[in-house]
Design a protein around this ligand. Structure first.
Ligand code: EPU
Length: 433
């Protein structure tokens, strides 16, 4: 199993290019199930989760071609199976995104229930209730969701809780339903809007994506389309945070600053200097960061997917900060590892109280989930001495070659295999979380 070794203390300099958004690419790959014609996606990050989704679609009989440079071509001419097995779903919860498209196109789906994961229970009850509203009959059998619908019909779906993939599932299903669907309390994340953009290119009639009410007028069929995925806003934020914690001056290219409003505003409050261009950011680390409290909320607020990275920063800021996680109930797995490096963090319910300016020292660390792993890399950049992060396959699920990108900025970082030797970055292990 691969590990990443980092020696802290080197400021970052130079330019980094951001990849396409994982969380936009995942539903967009699934949207290809809605048509028999080819869907071509560009700027898809070549990360493990996307490969896994490719396997899920291949199992249904779709032809999935990964081209060099981040282009994926999917043709689901005929669906030969509608079953997503436990073996695949357990490795990636986002597999639930096949449910809406399968029910809409094939009128049936059998998808394994994902179960809990490292950051919380993450039920899918809201996805299921919404599909029932659209006329699907749903039953549970042997750990699988079995959904069936002779014809989906438009309905009003009001989500109790904002759910990103729930909104995406309904948007995809409703695109092929009879009549109008209205989603209230919809997720407003840029990934939802990007999926809507793709669906509209495929012939769907969707209005209001990006706001809290989305209207979808169902059509009888969708056709092929070509689409460029938006840049990954969380990868962007992670590199801004990396520069801030390591020190230095970097340019982040191929990003979309408007999607990071809350993150940029918060990081500026801590003293980080950020200049915005149309598709780039210049980031200059301050001599000393200031503490600032944050609460995670759905978009356009501060994202839960940046909470762990922000906590690493706050361990180095002057003063005490509180970080409150409201989206997931168990997203503090990185805290124990940060404490082992010397951080002073106390958890009180959903709030972490971080005393800043604590010197961190390198340690042997264990990655537990994607964003927690990124947090540990950031802490290691600021730590004295050597850090070795184990289970880096978590990182490879969602960050494209983050170690190479950091090395390109001057960080002392390398990927090593179990025996201690260096390994190529693309040798991702077959096992996932
Ligand atoms: N929820 C329910 N029932 C449901 C669905 C959600 O109770 O049926 C709850 C969840 O347990 C959670 C809250 O609603 O407490 C919000 O969860 P949401 O459904 O929005 O999360 P998700 O769609 O499963 C996506 C991203 C996550 C990101 C969250 C929140 C994808 C593929 N995943 O997950 O990304 O953290 O939205 O923004 O889009 C990551 O990239 O590291 C990651 C975990």
């Amino acid at each position: 199993m691969e590990k990443i070794r980092i020696v802290g203390g080197r400021p970052l300099e130079g330019t980094v290019r951001i990849s396409g958004a994982k969380n936009a690419s995942l539903p967009e790959v699934c949207a290809a199930l809605l048509t028999g014609q080819p869907v071509v996606l560009h700027n898809v990050p070549e990360v493990r989760d996307i490969r896994t989704m490719g396997h899920v679609l291949s199992d249904f009989g779709a032809d999935v071609q990964f081209r060099v440079g981040g282009t994926v071509e999917i043709t689901a001419a005929e669906l030969t199976s509608v079953e997503a097995t436990y073996d695949l779903v357990k490795t990636m919860r986002a597999s639930v995104l096949v449910l809406g498209p399968l029910v809409a196109r094939a009128r049936q789906a059998r998808v394994s229930l994902p179960g809990g994961c490292a950051i919380g229970a993450r039920p899918i009850n809201l996805h299921l209730q919404a599909l029932e509203k659209l006329g699907a009959s749903i039953r549970m059998a042997s750990g699988y969701v079995e959904a069936q619908a002779d014809r989906l019909r438009g309905a009003e779906v009001a989500f109790d809780t904002v759910t990103v993939t729930g909104t995406e599932n309904v948007m995809m299903a409703a695109s092929l339903a009879d009549g109008e669907t209205i989603i209230r309390n919809a997720a407003q994340e840029p990934e939802v809007s990007d999926l809507a953009d793709l669906l509209v290119k495929m012939g769907a009639r969707i209005q209001g994506a990006g706001g809290s009410t989305i209207r979808i007028e169902g059509v009888s069929s969708l056709h092929g389309a070509e689409h460029r995925v938006i840049p990954d806003r969380i990868e962007t934020g992670t590199f801004v945070a990396a520069c801030a914690i390591a020190g230095g001056d970097i340019e982040v290219r191929n990003c979309h600053p408007a999607h990071l409003r809350a993150v940029i505003d918060k990081l500026r409050e801590t003293g980080i200097r950020i200049e915005e261009g149309p598709d780039n950011l210049r980031v200059r680390a301050p001599r000393t960061m200031r503490s600032s409290d944050v609460t995670t909320v759905p978009y356009p607020g501060f994202p839960t997917d940046m909470q762990a990275q922000y906590m690493a920063l706050m361990t180095q800021a002057a003063g005490t900060s509180t970080i409150t996680e409201t989206i997931f109930e168990n997203r503090y797995m990185h805290v124990a590892e940060l404490q082992r490096m010397g951080a002073d963090i106390r958890i009180d319910g959903r709030t972490a109280i971080v005393s800043g300016h604590t010197p961190l020292s390198g340690a042997q660390l264990m990655a537990t989930d994607l964003r927690a792993s990124a947090c540990l890399l950031l802490a290691a950049l600021a730590a004295r001495g050597e850090t070795v992060v184990d289970r880096v396959y978590h990182l490879d699920r969602g960050y494209y070659r983050i170690d190479e990108k950091l090395r390109g900025l001057g960080a002392d970082i390398e990927r090593i295999d179990q025996g201690g030797g260096r390994r190529a970055t693309d040798a991702v292990p077959a096992v996932e979380a």
